[in-house]
Design a protein around this ligand. Structure first.
Ligand code: AP5
Length: 275
């Protein structure tokens, strides 16, 4: 499953430009945040949402992994960030906010965005809210994906990723056509360093402590939509919009359009196009 946009502006920051600019459907762009424990399937849903909404998949984990692969000297802050990541701990709010701040234009992009892995702490959510408010950008919804821990661990254990195009597979549930080879670009797939059992345990604990409080933070602001994450990626995608339509007072698109899956009238139209 690949994201069509090359996301260079997001992955590299600085003056990097995306080779293929966003191609959103007519109407207002979508701005969504995805929450959920490590391995619950946020990245998989982000790819599905982006390919159908024309938005861009913005993952802070992908920024860090891209930085780890880049040539050149690393700053001490980046070295510390990569060590935290390898251990399954959170990277400091300061470093993450600096990385996202350098990429502020991606949050203003006319194609919209699906944020995955950011924000992860209440401090990050507050900073994002301040930035978006200043830019006049409104979040449409925050989806939180939920699944029992045993199932999540099995998803993580079987995950394989393409180091080149970032496509994500699962050895049993979403295998590539040729074992170990990326369908999209032919590169050999790898296992993420932080998908080892002991690191997974740390990541789960960190999620409970730091990211769970975000659920309440967004619920208080009427943005949180909880989505059970069992079933196939496609089933979860459809459920995402069903939960969006039925959540009381939760789903308030900033500027509903006929092309976008909005509360009430818009969502059934999208579901009809993507059953
Ligand atoms: P990050 O890259 O954000 O990882 P994560 O949140 O731990 O989430 P994952 O990418 O592991 O899982 P996912 O939910 O996207 O699942 P996926 O779709 O791949 O962060 C990594 C690290 O970076 C952090 O630990 C931290 O150190 C640092 N970091 C990043 N952002 C930070 C921030 N804001 N602040 C501080 N630190 C930060 O799916 C998993 C597997 O399941 C795949 O194999 C997939 O094919 C499979 N799968 C997906 N859906 C299904 C399904 N429905 N059925 C069966 N299999 C499925």
């Amino acid at each position: 499953m690949t994201n069509k946009a090359d996301r260079m502006a997001w992955l590299r920051g600085g003056n990097a430009h995306c080779a293929n600019p966003p191609n959103p459907p007519p109407g207002a762009p979508w701005r969504l945040v995805l929450l959920g424990a490590p391995g619950v399937g946020k990245g998989t849903q982000a790819d599905l949402l982006c390919s159908r909404l024309g938005a861009c998949h913005l993952s802070t984990g992908d920024i860090l992994r891209a930085a780890a692969c880049m040539d050149g000297e690393r700053t001490p802050a980046l070295e510390t960030a990569l060590a935290s990541m390898k251990a399954g701990a959170l990277v400091s709010d300061e470093t993450i906010l600096e990385l996202v701040g350098e990429r502020g234009r991606c949050l203003r992009c006319c194609g919209g965005f699906v944020l995955d892995g950011f924000p992860r702490t209440v401090a990050q959510a507050e900073a994002l809210s301040t930035f978006l408010e200043r830019e006049g950008v409104v979040l449409d919804a925050v989806f939180s994906y939920e699944l029992p821990i045993d199932e999540i661990v099995s998803r993580l254990a079987g995950r394989r990723v393409c180091p080149k195009c970032k496509a994500v597979y699962h050895t049993a549930m979403q295998p590539p056509t040729r074992p170990g080879i990326c369908d999209a670009c032919g590169t050999a797939l790898i296992q993420r360093e932080d998908d080892k059992p002991e690191t997974i345990r740390t990541r789960m604990r960190v999620y409970q402590e730091s990211t769970q409080p975000l659920l309440e933070w967004y619920a208080q602001r009427g943005l949180l939509i909880q989505v059970p994450a069992f079933g196939t990626p496609e089933q979860i995608y459809v459920r995402t919009w069903t939960c969006g339509r039925t959540a009381p007072d939760a789903f308030k698109p900033s500027s509903p359009s006929s092309a976008a899956p909005a509360a009430g009238g818009g969502a059934p139209a999208l579901l009809a196009r993507h059953p």
